[in-house]
Ligand binder design. Structure first.
Ligand code: DON
Length: 304
């Protein structure tokens, strides 16, 4: 039997002692207000048991972690429309890199970099009558938590400063890989990124990927094959130019966001989310990565 609670306590004691906590994302002005000392972890086992430490119930901006949830919703509804518009290869580049998109004629490397997530957003905007409301409902349903909501200040803040995303969307449009208007798609994209969730809520959402596509209520939200594919994309693309490092150090499929969150799964075992707002130079949570490295080392659990 693994004593998960004392392992989480051990990680908390060790990681919160670190003096270099990384840097808070400032390019979205509203995100720069967050307290850099926040730290939380929530672990949800397939068996139903849960363990947590620190600020595990405090909501934060999930940012790019939302890209996995939009991908999951799009795959569950219209998978056939996705893979001729977005590839599934790691980019080896930062999340907002643009030159590869031009070289590869408007086909993003994968759905977890910004340009790929913007194509997924376009697919959902085409597919749904009220995209923002329906995506929010999807996230509330898979977590069983109707209190989850967008942070409209964060969405607005990103809209005012999201020049790189406007560039990506316009480039996609110029290559005929965006069917709706740039403004409509980015409005949806900025809202999905502004979703506020706690580690506890994120680990419930990621339960789907740990549990072969079945949500907490045992309802199939994805096929087994779709859950496998999403885990594969997270493992190879979830941390941008640090995906190799995350697989090497941690060994779990996962996804980071510039709000300092990381959510991950170990298929058939657990889902886990960690939050530490300071980022490393690649835009991934510095202490979050350290905490997960320690977690998989101390529990001896990873996909490898
Ligand atoms: O589009 C952006 O730049 C942000 N809304 C999300 C970026 C992000 O979270 C990158 N992840 N580490």
């Amino acid at each position: 039997m693994i004593d998960y609670q004392s392992i989480l306590n051990n990680i908390y004691a060790r990681v919160t002692r670190e003096t270099d906590k990384g840097k808070i994302a400032k390019y979205i002005p509203e995100l720069s207000r967050v307290d850099p000392n926040r730290f939380g972890i929530h672990l949800k086992l397939i068996s139903g048991e849960e363990f947590s430490v620190g600020d595990s119930d405090v909501g934060f901006s999930i940012q790019s972690i939302s890209k996995v949830l939009t991908l999951s919703m799009a795959m569950s509804q219209v998978e056939a429309k996705i893979w001729n518009r977005v590839d599934v290869e790691p980019s080896g580049n930062p999340f907002n890199h643009l030159s590869l998109l031009e070289l590869e004629e408007g086909i993003p490397r994968n759905p977890l970099i910004n340009s790929g997530a913007i194509v997924i957003a376009d697919i959902l905007v085409s597919q749904l009558k009220d995209p923002k409301a329906e995506f929010l409902k999807y996230v509330q349903d898979i977590t069983g938590d109707p209190s989850i909501s967008y942070n409209l200040k964060v969405a607005q803040s990103e809209k005012e400063t999201g020049f790189n995303n406007y560039a990506a969307a316009n480039l996609l449009k110029s290559f005929n890989n965006l069917n709706n208007s740039v403004d409509a798609v980015l409005d949806f994209y900025f809202h999905q990124c502004s979703l506020e969730m706690s580690c506890a809520q994120l680990s419930k959402a990621f339960f789907l990927f740990a549990n072969k596509g079945l949500c907490l209520k045992n309802v199939a939200r994805l096929t087994k094959s779709q859950a496998k594919r999403i885990n594969a994309i997270m493992l190879t693309c979830g941390f941008y130019d640090e995906a190799g490092e995350f697989a090497f150090e941690v060994g779990l499929p996962g996804k980071s966001g510039v709000g300092g969150g990381i959510a991950a799964s170990l298929p058939n075992e657990f889902s886990i989310a960690v939050w530490a707002p300071g980022l490393n130079p690649q835009g991934n949570s510095k202490l979050g990565m350290q905490a997960l490295e320690r977690f998989t080392t101390l529990t001896n659990q990873s996909i490898f």
